[in-house]
Design a protein around this ligand. Sequence first.
Ligand code: URA
Length: 440
Amino acid sequence: MRMYDLIEEKKRGGALSDREIAYMIQGFTGGEIPDYQMAAMLMAIYFQGMNDDEITAMTMEMARSGDMADLSAIEGIKVDKHSTGGVGDKTTLIIGPIVAACGVKVAKMSGRGLGHTGGTIDKLESIPGFSTSIPREEFFDIVNRTGIAVVGQSGNMVPADKKLYALRDVTATVDSIPLIASSVMSKKLAAGSDGIVLDVKTGSGAFMKTLEDSIRLAQKMVVIGTGAGRKCCALITDMDVPLGYAIGNAMEVQESIEVLKGQGPDDLREVALELAANMLYMAEKGTIKECRAMAEAAIKDGSALKALIRMAEGQGGDASYIEDPEKLPRAAFSYEVKGDCRGTVTHMDTEAVGIASVMLGAGRSRKEDVIDPGAGILLKKKYSDQVEAGEVLAVLYASDEKLFQEAAEKLKEAYTIEQKTPAKKKLVYARVTKDGVERY
Ligand code: URA
């Protein structure tokens, strides 16, 4: 078999067989197929797509490229959750503790920031002492003892995705349905949970910008998950506007704690509660309605906040930062971005907001960059808010004042302010299961 022939076949719109996909993924992971041939294949897939059989074969081959977790040492039903990536998307920090407080074990492997989107592991590491790199046995032990642990992907989990993602990132082939579906699902299948709730983001800050593309992506992932014998459903949630007001690692932890204390932004709480309800439902805790009430009660009675404290302590973090989040790191310098005219915010380019936060040090522009946990953006105005000329749209935080000018320009460009009333947006657009699409 020759990689050249497979590229030719895909370029002309043909379908690759299971054997060809196995050859391609094993060859690329093992270093026999060079980046330039794989890059050509990724672009061919980007334009020609893949059928369901191809996506499933590619996902399974990627999942098997490294260690597959066996979570049987953890008692009970294990339910995982994965977001396709967003700006200000800190829901795992809220949902994990809620679900654990309701008696479902959370053994979660999360990722770091990717492009303009943030990652749970970077956020958790802004809590002093918090370790996200824990040997497998200790990870199982923490989950059995405390009900929850969130760690990074261990060294040899899904190496095919690590290599492919790095290549996609620099070849403009990230926003492809078969490539995202196989990337996300290979990791979820290798992570070993019984059930998977997917949070598929849609809008200007998501990789999928339209609702129809997001639904298509969700359907593919649900087909793969159920085909692999897992329970799987997806919620399509809004990412046309950043979630909450905080974008940046430590400030996102702080905002999540506010929600767990019964305060915090309504949009963030609502999306987190809906996802938590779906995870509890998957763990057979009741009807969705009962599970939603259970999730709300876990916030109200303080048990979810206690679960976050248990998780921090279990992973070596200093829990006093959760009890008093004002202590969390905050960059030394701040800068107010002001609007020029009076009107209403009718659109936010949420990807641009994410890029501005990366420019301040909250994310990485190059692989080797070190995250500044205290850097980021606190939004003061969001979609549909009224703005007076000269009013503050957002406050930027950075450890180096030189970073402000470029980031402020980017952020300002992200706001469209007009003299009209924008339409009300939904937070959850649809729920996708193996039985179909339920639109809200
Ligand atoms: N998240 C992933 O894990 N992979 C993608 O391709 C996109 C988002």
